[in-house]
Design a protein around this ligand. Structure first.
Ligand SMILES: O=P(O)(O)OC[C@H]1O[C@H](OP(=O)(O)OP(=O)(O)O)[C@H](O)[C@@H]1O
Ligand SMILES: O=C(O)c1cc(=O)[nH]c(=O)[nH]1
Ligand SMILES: [Mg+2]
Length: 192
């Protein structure tokens, strides 16, 4: 799949939103990729997951023992990646503010994990999820995502495999452009 093919899937499903959004990090943006809309068609979700897996090196694919995703956004794409890889897919939740495995999900000591996100912007959620995997005994061997919204400063300790990179600007609360500040803000994600 080319980058334009992926963006067409986002446009076709009404997942490319324009307005004024408060992101998980607290930063603001005039653009939001609502991945839940792009993933609501199971066939499309499967196609996108297969495309992410196809872009990963064969050696890494062979190493993965389990897929772990941060809820909510990572769950559907993580599950579809698990299907493509033929591995179990579990998810992390943060009812108390910190990511943890619940519902009887666990990891073996040293189990090799592919972390799967829908969108990565500042990378904070991914890093918190990696810390939770380590805490549970797993070893993250790679990070995969549908969309990479990061700037050049964001670095990870493991290889990062986004399907598409889109650099929409983001702004701190105290540096909003006047035209953005004039639009009422919505916060689509679930981080408190
Ligand atoms: O790289 P970051 O700056 O951390 O932003 C990306 C994170 O933000 C969104 O989740 P959110 O916390 O909004 O909650 P959700 O997954 O429940 O929608 C998205 O699903 C990523 O997890
Ligand atoms: O940074 C985020 O919270 C974020 C950005 C985006 O475009 N889509 C999304 O689901 N989350
Ligand atoms: Mg999320």
């Amino acid at each position: 799949m080319t980058e334009e093919d992926v963006l067409s899937e986002f446009r076709a499903s009404g997942a490319l939103l324009e307005g004024h959004f408060k992101l998980s990090s607290g930063r603001h943006s005039a653009h939001y990729l609502q991945c839940a809309r792009v993933l609501m068609d199971p066939m499309r979700a499967g196609r996108l997951a297969s495309a992410i897996v196809a872009a990963m090196p064969r050696e890494l694919r062979g190493e993965i023992e389990k897929v772990v995703s941060p809820a909510m956004g990572g769950i559907i794409i993580g599950h579809e990646m698990g299907r493509t890889l033929g591995k179990e897919a579990v998810f992390l939740e943060r009812p108390g503010g910190t990511f943890e495995l619940r519902r009887g999900f666990d990891l073996k000591q040293g189990e090799k994990v592919l972390l799967v996100e829908d969108v990565v912007t500042t990378g904070l959620s991914s890093k918190e999820a990696m810390a939770a995997v380590a805490e549970a005994g797993g070893e993250v061997v790679g990070l995969a995502a549908l969309v990479d919204r990061t700037s050049d400063e964001v670095q990870f300790d493991v290889p990062f495999y986004p399907l598409v990179q889109i650099t929409f600007p983001t702004y701190a609360e105290d540096e909003l452009p006047a035209e953005l500040a004039a639009i009422p803000v919505t916060k689509p994600g679930s981080r408190k």
